[in-house]
Design a protein around this ligand. Structure first.
Ligand code: ADP
Length: 490
């Protein structure tokens, strides 16, 4: 498929499983590079060395060739060094940018006043490291706003360095809702030409310096994490104000669906679930269900469906649709196990639900990787009523685990979940179009209706479990896009 399989790829990213993960971006960074190396690419991942990353546990050691380099950001001079490890189970190299001043905080992302500096520092450190390594990648794959200034750096502040003459850039948009918007002073801090901060110029967006806009303007290729999302971000409904800029690049925007890491998310050998199972042998799933009910201290209720939720609680996830219809939903034969954290309104709603319906609902507020696997394996259905969902991984995990997804038809959810209809026998889940509580309610009710017919249900489960969400296909598509980007740069 791809013409040039031996791309040298610098993968710049702000989170990467298993070192640090706050959402789907971490999963992608932990698995796409693995698939790219399997396809013959040489991949070097760059990641901040956050205080929470345990270097000993992960076998990370100092990379002596780059140490003590200094970066001046608006008069604040800090030095950095690199640490190194191999991405587990892969040939991809991971280089960690070590600067405790910027990266030893309680969370990878903060609202601290120097948030701009933190990720400007990270991006300049990547450029400086590439120079010191004397390694000119064919392509720098940037991900979201935290690394979206690199394409501009290549073409302006680092254009003097002939080493990068042929280095192309690709920006992947994992979520247009987070854009990295800062004050105009940040342009100079980033060492970028301040004259490009003006209306209709690359750095200015609604009176702010917008990292994401700069990335969209300067990268050779822009990708979004699903075909539907690639289209949606160019509309006023879901472009979050950047739709106009994206429309000017519409010929260079592609959608590539994320894959799932089969080594981690596979019920045949998932280390976090007590009973392994497969499409051919679904008995194990029943046992996980019973174990999950016990763990969640919920009684087994005959003919009741167990609905799982694992999510960040953010407005995009659509949980605001639940309160208006929750009492009607609870009239139906359902139980809920919920794991998530985020905005306090959603947390409070679920906590209230647990106390209003003892024995029917359990709620875990927080982040718990093991429990997320457990819920995915032990639930009958998985609910994602998202307002928007760039790709969404949980519905793919659910499909793989025979846990039938109920989703709103948006972004990657629209690309992966096919609504069940009796007449065509193609559905692998349930979905609804209208972003309304009523549409959510009737879809849950419809799923519960079908759930009673165990024979039909099993077919839906098995259809989902057989979907191919491996990374190989997506990695091939990225390699094709890298080649397009390289061609545009030459
Ligand atoms: P997003 O990136 O918008 O959060 P995705 O569906 O792309 O959504 O990816 C979410 C990832 O984060 C999944 O791997 C999911 O299991 C995980 N996740 C989300 N919330 C939690 C949580 N509270 N505990 C454990 N894992 C979580």
């Amino acid at each position: 498929m791809s013409k040039q399989k031996t791309c040298k790829v610098c993968f710049a990213v702000s989170e990467c499983f298993p070192y640090v993960k706050t959402g789907g971006l971490g999963d992608v960074a932990g698995s796409l590079p693995k698939a790219l190396t399997e396809e013959g690419c040489e991949v070097r991942i760059f990641l901040p060395l956050y205080g929470g990353i345990k270097v000993i546990d992960h076998g990370i050691s100092r990379y002596e060739e780059v140490a003590g380099a200094e970066i001046n950001i608006g008069g604040n001079v800090h030095s950095f060094g690199l640490w190194h490890s191999k991405l587990p189970g892969s040939e991809a190299d991971v280089y960690f940018v070590d600067c405790p001043h910027y990266f030893h905080r309680d969370h990878p992302y903060t609202n601290d006043p120097d948030e701009d500096e933190r990720f400007i520092f990270f991006q300049i450190a990547i450029m400086e490291s590439l120079q010191r390594m004397n390694w000119a990648p064919d392509v720098i794959h940037c991900n979201d706003w935290q690394t979206a200034l690199i394409p501009a750096m290549i073409k302006t502040s680092y254009s003097w360095d002939r080493m990068f003459d042929k280095t192309a850039t690709l920006l992947s948009i994992h979520n247009i809702g987070y854009q990295g918007m800062f004050s105009s002073e940040s342009v100079a801090k980033a060492g970028l030409p301040v004259e490009y901060y003006a209306p209709y110029m690359p750095f200015e967006h609604n009176g702010t310096f917008c990292f994401m806009k700069a990335g969209i303007v300067y990268s050779e290729i822009v990708s979004a994490v699903s075909p539907t999302y690639a289209h949606e971000i160019q509309t006023s409904e879901l472009g979050a104000g950047l739709e106009g800029v994206l429309q000017t690049r519409s010929n260079d925007i592609y959608g590539v669906l994320n894959g799932i890491d089969e080594n981690i998310w596979n019920p045949k050998h998932d280390a976090f679930i007590p009973h392994k199972y497969s499409a051919a042998q679904l008995k194990g799933k029943e046992k996980n269900r019973a174990a999950l009910l016990e763990e969640a201290e919920l009684p087994a209720m005959a003919d009741s469906a167990l609905i799982g939720i694992v999510s960040r609680f953010a407005p995009q996830k659509g949980f605001e649709l639940l309160p208006p219809v929750i009492n009607e939903i609870m009239q139906l034969p359902v139980q809920f196990v919920v794991l998530g954290s985020g905005d306090s309104q959603t947390e409070d709603f679920f906590k209230g639900l647990k106390s209003s319906y003892p024995g029917r609902v359990n709620v875990y507020i927080g982040y718990n990787n093991k429990l997320s696997h457990y819920i995915t394996a032990g639930s009958d259905m998985f609910l994602m009523p998202s307002h928007y969902e760039p790709c969404g991984l949980n519905q793919m995990y659910s499909l793989r685990y025979g846990t039938v997804p109920i989703v709103r038809k948006t972004g990657g959810l629209a690309d992966t979940v096919r609504d069940y209809h009796e007449y065509d026998q193609k559905g692998n889940g349930f979905s609804f179009n209208d972003y309304t509580p009523q549409a959510l309610y009737s879809t849950v009710a419809r799923a519960l209706d079908i759930f009673r017919d165990k024979k039909v249900w099993k077919k839906i489960q098995k259809r989902g479990m057989k979907e191919d969400f491996s990374w190989k296909h997506s990695a091939d598509m990225y390699i094709e896009l890298y080649n397009k980007a390289i061609q545009k740069r030459s």
